[in-house]
Every structure is written in structure tokens, then in C-alpha cells.
Design a protein around this ligand. Structure first.
Ligand code: 9MR
Length: 352
């Protein structure tokens, strides 16, 4: 395994936590076999989830997160429209709360996202000139990253900058600043927190040999060649159960980023099903998740597997993809599916 994966959990911290929890588990009569999170820690796997601000206000959900995950990422809380709805008002409280929660529970925190074409407030989406846009973008990145310096491990600095055909997406940042906006954002991020890991994140970029996958790779390679401070790439992996995982094309992709000295993170995993659910479709979905987890934990693996939410009850899928659903390991009633056990099994068997 190429050790470029800076997104590994802090093993020393977790091993103390593991020992304490095993003693506690044996005292309280719980299973001493450990939790998913302990298994992920043991396997050297960053196993995370997107969470919503309200999740950590609910005691049961809080406990569930602590037990299951060693990384969290705000699903919407850090997006520009939520964090800074007007130019002068910063809505820090939800982010502060999440960062504290993560710290108190030795969970790594990921930031998502600065540069995006969605969820921007009107004063951002209406930007007209480079003179206005450039300092505002730099200010946004600098304010957030300085505030959480040393507390947020990694950031999706820029998100979804490419179209399906691999050309740069026509966004407010491209129109005002020009193509160099990506470099500008990464440089500002490195300056604001030199220790944070910086990622470029996208979807449909998971396979080598596809238009978008190859264009994404070329974009990143160009950044590395220009000396732009980038540490890793995010493959979102919003996938469809009926199209089987192409492990070879995925692993070829991971290998070429590793060869650039970058780590790869599976950043927003979900595998949706064309409803209604049948046993066959569930089997396809389980196989997909298993394949992804094996790819994440394998010898040349990504080492980082983040769910875009764990339950169908709060899923973004049905509202976005009509007719699709059941994309996560817990159902609409919050009940764990057989998929969950299958995933735990892969993580338990993983050795790095
Ligand atoms: O899951 C998020 C959903 O709650 C929001 O309404 C949506 C806004 O467009 O963004 C969703 O998260 C997206 C993520 O930030 C970037 N990659 C795609 C995710 C799903 O749309």
C-alpha cells in the first residue's frame, strides 16, 4: 500500500479508545467484539458519514454516530448559503457545534465545500466581476479555515467543477475569475491552514477510461505539475445498483492518483435502487457496496469510505432521482438492512 493516504485515523488515539471501550464493554455485558468504528480503526479505514446539523441535537443519533464512524462531514452546514447567508452574517453556531462534537468523540472532521455552483447566496451567485469575486472567495476560505485551524482534518476545497464531457462547468467562479479560480482556491486554503488536507471532489469521476474520469485526472495532474497545493481527490460515488461496479477501472483510477502522490477518498457513497426493492436488486446493491469497501480497504485502496448519509429516512435521493430510493444501509424506519451486516463483515475482514 502506498502510504500517501493522509486521511487515516490517528491510530494511537484510537487504540487507547479501543482498549477502554473493550474493558467497558466487558463490564457492561455488551459484545466485546467491538463496534463498526473499532473495526474500521483496526483496518486503518476512514469510515465516515455526512451528517445534518440536527443529528447531534438528538442523543440517540449522537450515540449512533459515535459508535459507527470515525469521520463526519457536514452534508449542508458548511455550504456558503448556510454558513454565510449574507455578506456580513456568519452563521457559525452549527459548524462550531459539529467541530466540538467531533473533537469530544475523537472523530475526524471533514469540511465540505467552498467552491460550488449550488447553495450559494444571491450575493455570490450574482457576482459580476473578477475584482469582486476573487477577494470574496479568498476571504471565505481564509475565514473558515483559520477559525478551524488544526480541528478540521481535510476539506473539499472545490466541488463538481467539471461537466459530464470533461469541460469546465460554467459557474460564477469561471465567469468572473476564469479557469485559474481552482488554483486560487487551493492556494488560499493552504495559506489559511497549512496542515489541512486539500481535496478536489466530483461525481462520475470514478473510472479511468471515461470522458469525465480522464478529464478529472488531467485537471488534477495539471495542478500537481503547476505546484498547486492539492493532497487528494474525492470520488463521490453516487451509484446505481443495477450497473455493476467496475473494479478494474476504479482501481486503475486510484492507482494513477496515488502515482501523482495524492490520496483518494470515497467521499459521498450511496447506491440507489430503482424502486420497488426486490431481493435481486438488494443483492446487486450489497455486491456494489461490498466491492467498494473492498476497493477502499485493499492493498492499493483508497483507505477512506464516507457514506452520504446512512438512512433512507433522510436521503437526498428520492427528491433528486425520481423513482429511485433505498440507497443507504438503514431503511426509512431507521432499521438496519442486511446490507449493514455485509458491510461490517468486509470491514472486519480487512487487513491493511
Ligand atoms: O445531500 C445534499 C442535499 O441535502 C442538498 O439539498 C443538496 C443541495 O444541492 O446537496 C446535497 O449534497 C450534495 C453534495 O453537497 C455534493 N455532491 C452531491 C450531493 C448530492 O446532491
Amino acid at each position: 500500500m502506498k502510504l500517501v493516504n493522509a486521511a487515516r485515523p490517528a491510530a494511537a488515539l484510537f487504540s487507547v479508545a479501543t482498549a477502554v471501550t473493550v474493558i467497558f464493554a466487558s463490564l457492561t455485558g455488551c459484545s466485546a467484539l467491538g463496534t463498526v468504528r473499532q473495526k474500521a480503526d483496526h483496518a486503518g479505514l476512514t469510515y465516515g458519514t455526512a451528517i445534518q446539523a440536527g443529528d447531534i441535537l438528538d442523543p440517540d443519533t449522537k450515540k449512533f454516530i459515535v459508535k459507527n464512524f470515525n469521520l463526519i462531514v457536514p452534508e449542508n452546514t458548511m455550504k456558503w448559503a448556510n454558513l454565510r447567508p449574507t455578506k456580513k452574517f456568519w452563521n457559525w453556531s452549527d459548524m462550531d457545534h459539529m467541530v466540538e462534537f467531533a473533537e469530544q468523540n475523537r472523530i475526524a472532521m471533514k469540511g465540505h465545500t467552498f467552491v460550488w455552483h449550488q447553495q450559494n447566496p444571491p450575493y455570490v451567485s450574482g457576482l459580476q466581476t473578477r475584482e469582486e469575486a476573487l477577494p470574496l472567495l479568498i476571504e471565505q476560505i481564509t475565514e473558515v479555515m483559520k477559525r478551524y485551524r488544526g480541528r478540521i482534518r481535510e476539506y473539499d476545497v472545490a466541488n463538481e467543477v467539471l461537466n459530464e464531457d470533461g469541460t469546465l462547468r460554467n459557474t460564477v467562479w469561471l465567469r468572473t475569475i476564469g479557469p485559474e479560480y481552482i488554483d486560487v482556491a487551493f492556494k488560499a486554503a493552504r495559506a489559511a491552514d497549512p496542515d489541512a488536507k486539500l481535496l478536489l471532489n466530483d461525481y462520475s469521476n470514478e473510472y479511468a477510461g471515461t470522458a469525465k474520469g480522464d478529464a478529472f485526472y488531467e485537471l488534477v495532474r495539471g495542478m500537481v505539475e503547476r505546484g498547486i497545493p492539492i493532497d487528494g481527490v474525492g470520488l463521490q460515488l453516487h451509484m446505481i445498483a443495477e450497473n455493476p461496479l467496475r473494479r478494474d477501472a476504479l482501481e486503475e483510477n486510484i492507482a494513477r492518483f496515488n502515482a501523482l502522490g495524492l490520496y483518494v477518498s470515497f467521499t459521498e457513497v450511496d447506491v440507489r435502487i430503482l424502486m420497488p426493492v426486490t431481493p435481486e436488486k438488494e443483492a446487486e446493491q450489497t455486491a456494489f457496496y461490498e466491492g467498494l469497501l473492498e476497493a477502499a480497504t485493499g492493498a492499493e485502496g483508497a483507505g477512506s469510505f464516507i457514506l452520504w448519509g446512512w438512512r433512507d429516512a433522510k436521503s437526498w435521493i428520492p427528491a433528486t432521482f425520481a423513482g429511485y430510493g433505498s440507497a443507504h444501509p438503514f431503511d426509512v424506519k431507521g432499521k438496519q438492512k442486511p446490507l449493514y451486516d455485509a458491510m461490517v463483515k468486509v470491514i472486519s475482514n480487512a487487513k491493511r
